[in-house]
Design a protein around this ligand. Structure first.
Ligand SMILES: [Fe+2]
Length: 299
């Protein structure tokens, strides 16, 4: 499967209006104004109709993670490959009803997350200014990091960029260091999403906006070892951890890249030593709440 990029993440929020205000006023995403089944669709500067969908809900959970494919032919081929591999699909390839439409289908990953792949999605108007250029990655907690990593590598075609001991695996589908990462944990859950700013200056401008909104910096500013991004972490009103990054590495030459197993030392979590390791509050928020996954997979 030739996944091209991370298209969007849909998350359920028990604080729908407050989350929506955070992601538009503080985070800088453009509210498309489209409401479908009570959902809000928010956009970065990327050539996509939206990159974040907020779903009204009673608890935090991942509703969907969507990735891009190049063509409708690739979508059909992906469905056939998953079928042959015995991977449960939620729907056969069909015309999508989300903003931008497109042709795609949904299936379940080993932790019962609903994953969508699609092509032919029409872009919408992009945001501008010191707002996120794109959704960079999602990190998810998993009870079986080897199973999850192997599935995304062997079935979905991701490449392993780096490991952080046997605690985190970072996987890429394009030159970006990681579009998804897995964190070993007792249960499946959202850990954080990360959003790319155009420069370190823009990252700090956004940080000022988030601060003015009333959400304090929870971890940062520092520079990660794996991926080398400058980072700032916040917690949005319903409790999701969100990260702003800038100036990360790009892996231009796949063949030359050798994954590193980074030691989990504070100096590798923050190469600059300006922020130190994450504190208990952000760690607890990253642990998240147990996510049962897609409702068709729930017992
Ligand atoms: Fe991150």
């Amino acid at each position: 499967m030739n996944i091209t990029h991370l298209r969007y993440v849909a998350i359920a929020t028990p604080e729908f209006e407050r989350s929506r205000a955070f992601f538009t006023e503080a985070w800088g995403l453009r509210d498309t104004g489209i409401e479908l089944h009570g959902r809000a669709f928010l956009q970065t500067q990327l050539d996509e109709p939206f990159q974040l969908a907020l779903v009204p809900g009673t608890e935090r959970r991942i509703d969907r993670i969507a990735f891009g494919l190049s063509t409708r032919h690739d979508v059909d081929a992906a469905a056939r490959d998953l079928d042959r591999a015995g991977i449960p699909t939620i729907a056969a390839p069909h015309q999508l009803a989300t903003p931008g439409g497109g042709y795609g289908f949904q299936f379940l990953d080993p932790d019962n997350r609903c994953i969508e792949v699609s092509a032919d999605v029409a872009p919408g108007p992009a945001g501008s200014g010191a707002v996120p250029q794109k959704l960079a990655h999602i990190v998810v907690n998993t009870p079986d990091i080897d199973r999850a990593t192997a599935f995304y590598r062997d079935v979905l075609g991701f490449k392993i960029s780096d490991w952080s001991e046997h605690q985190m695996s970072f996987l890429r589908c394009n030159p970006e260091h990681h579009s998804i990462a897995f964190n070993a944990a007792p249960h499946a859950a959202y850990n954080h999403t990360s959003w790319t700013m155009g420069s370190i200056d823009e990252l700090f401008r956004a940080q000022g906006r988030v601060r003015a909104f009333g959400s304090p910096l929870m971890w940062g500013t520092g520079r990660h070892g794996p991926g080398s991004q400058v980072f700032n972490y916040f917690i949005e009103p319903s409790g999701y951890v969100v990260e702003l990054i800038a100036d990360g590495v790009e892996i231009a030459d796949d063949a030359a890249w050798q994954p590193t197993v980074w030691e989990r030392k504070p100096e590798f979590m923050d190469l600059w030593g300006t922020s130190g390791p994450p504190g208990p509050e952000i760690r607890e928020a990253m642990a998240g709440v147990p996510d049962p996954g897609h409702e068709t997979a729930r017992v």
